[in-house]
Write a protein that binds this ligand. Structure first.
Ligand code: GDP
Length: 471
């Protein structure tokens, strides 16, 4: 065989190897607002970009065995999507005093190219290095709460919301919106201004449920996190008395016709579009759950969070007969449930936190597993803001945590506290009666541009979510 033919074959083999060694993965990060998505992505990107010099990732096999060569940012693939503001987040963390990255409110993405030494012997023979293109996508979990709307017509939705108002606290907050809605003549010619005003009152009611009752289970989800749809007429509708909402006896061009039309448009162009444009393209997902704030906020807030998380998990239950499979066919093969902000409790409480989260997601997880999706549950802190220590209580040494509370930002005073015991099961009535759980937000740690952000078990999350891709 002559020399040029040989080198031709070699180039072709190299090209082939290169092709198969360049992998791609789309990782979605979700959770209810405040769960820690922004902090998680900022820290994940930071750990990967500081890569080879970063010695903080022992639970990630590739890094432990020195197979991770580094990462760099690449232009994001979807030019119409917001970019995840990594630089802004880092600047906030490196400011004096440090502050938490500003949370995102819609879909945003960031792309990294990871270079590594393949772990499998066969691949290593073909090529010394390989690349993984990693797209990290952030989206609000609240948007998945809209999935059940696809199975309802306008009247059924009105009934559903009306049933929720049996809760007297919600009914109280709903008074203003309901008084306004009572003046609407549903059969009169559509009055866009009146409809917009009542929709604004309904949106305010949803915000009040969130801020005053600590509720997350809000429908429609886009009303409180509208992103690019803020002010659009598709968000100007609201539920009315179910007996007035019959879709069968509708006067043309009436207020009722307008409300029904907007509800249907919302389902078609907002809810379905999110699944079609984004959800079906995710390969893996992490669902972050803040179990600690609801423990602090009380029984109703905790139950609401549990309801919302399990509702979110319906989006991962796409068996043959499910609505999702019929409409979209998603392809997620790994799903991680992570209890976030684990640095708010002492290390020996982490196992309890994981047990608690396992109970919170138990219902939804059963279906997810049935679909053959690989799942895992863990407790992590994306950015560790406290140190573990001991404190003396009545002459006895107890485990405690210390850090600078957000409320002490001006004095920068360090506080040592025992946050209380995390229940390892769903809390019973007695827990809420004797509740002694103290959850106070901490200031993030002082950060340097040269060292990776401190964390708890972010490397374990990387191993679960990406580990098999490097073989
Ligand atoms: P998002 O709305 O899901 O994006 O939530 P963020 O990432 O903005 O987090 C909300 C807040 O939770 C932050 O401002 C922090 O106060 C806190 N937080 C998030 N992650 C951590 C963490 O790992 N440790 C601690 N101590 N606090 C965290």
């Amino acid at each position: 065989m002559n020399h040029s033919r040989l080198s031709n074959i070699k180039t072709k083999a190299d090209d082939l190897a290169k092709l198969s060694m360049d992998k791609h993965l789309r990782l979605a990060v979700t959770g209810l607002s405040g769960a820690g998505k922004t902090a998680f992505i900022t820290s994940l990107v930071n750990q990967l970009l500081l890569g080879a010099e970063n010695h903080q990732l022992p639970l990630w096999k590739l890094a432990r065995e020195h197979g991770f060569l580094g990462a760099k940012r690449s232009p994001q693939p979807h030019l119409h999507l917001a970019s995840f503001d990594y630089q802004g987040g880092l600047a906030a963390l490196q400011s004096q005093p440090p502050s938490w990255p500003k949370p995102t409110h819609g879909v945003s993405e960031i792309r990294l190219k990871l270079r590594y030494k393949p772990q499998s012997v066969i691949w290593r023979k073909l090529s010394h290095t390989a690349n993984l293109t990693l797209d990290i996508v952030d989206y609000p979990g609240e948007w998945l709460l809209d999935l059940p709307l696809l199975n309802m017509n306008y009247q059924q939705w009105c009934e559903h919301i009306n049933t929720g108002l049996q809760d007297s606290r919600k009914a109280k907050l709903a008074e203003h919106w309901q008084q306004q809605a009572a003046h609407l003549d549903v059969n009169a010619t559509a009055n866009e201004t009146q409809v917009a005003d009542i929709a604004a009152a309904y949106t305010q009611y949803l915000h009040d449920c969130k801020s005053q009752l600590g509720m997350h289970h809000i429908q429609p989800g886009r009303f409180v996190l509208p992103a690019e749809l803020a002010g659009a007429p598709v968000l100007a509708f609201f539920p009315i008395q179910p007996d007035l909402a019959s879709t069968k006896v509708q006067v043309k061009n009436s207020n009722l016709a307008l409300l029904t039309e907007r509800f249907e448009y919302y389902k078609e162009h907002v809810v379905k579009r999110f699944y079609q444009q984004h959800f079906i393209k995710f390969d893996r997902q992490i669902v972050l759950v803040d179990c600690l704030s609801p423990l602090n906020n009380g029984h109703d807030s905790f139950c609401d969070m549990q309801l919302a998380i399990n509702q979110i998990l319906h989006s991962f239950n796409y068996g043959q007969s499910s609505l999702l499979r019929r409409l979209f066919s998603p392809k997620i093969d790994k799903l991680l449930f992570a209890a976030s902000k684990a640095d708010h409790v002492t290390p020996e409480q982490h196992t309890r936190l994981v047990s608690l989260l396992s109970e919170v997601v138990a219902d939804g997880k059963r279906h997810v597993k049935f679909e053959g999706i690989d799942t895992e549950t863990m407790a992590l802190a994306s950015i560790k803001a406290t140190q573990a220590g001991t404190a003396k209580l009545n002459g006895v040494n107890i485990a405690a945590i210390k850090g600078i509370l957000q409320s002490d930002q001006t004095t920068q005073k360090t506080t040592m506290l025992f946050p209380g015991e995390v229940p390892n099961r769903l809390p019973k009535q007695q827990f809420w009666q004797n509740q002694g759980f103290e959850f106070s937000p901490f200031q993030p740690p002082a950060c340097s541009p040269y060292t990776a952000l401190p964390h708890i078990r972010l490397d374990q999350a990387i191993e679960f979510l990406l580990g098999d891709k490097f073989r």
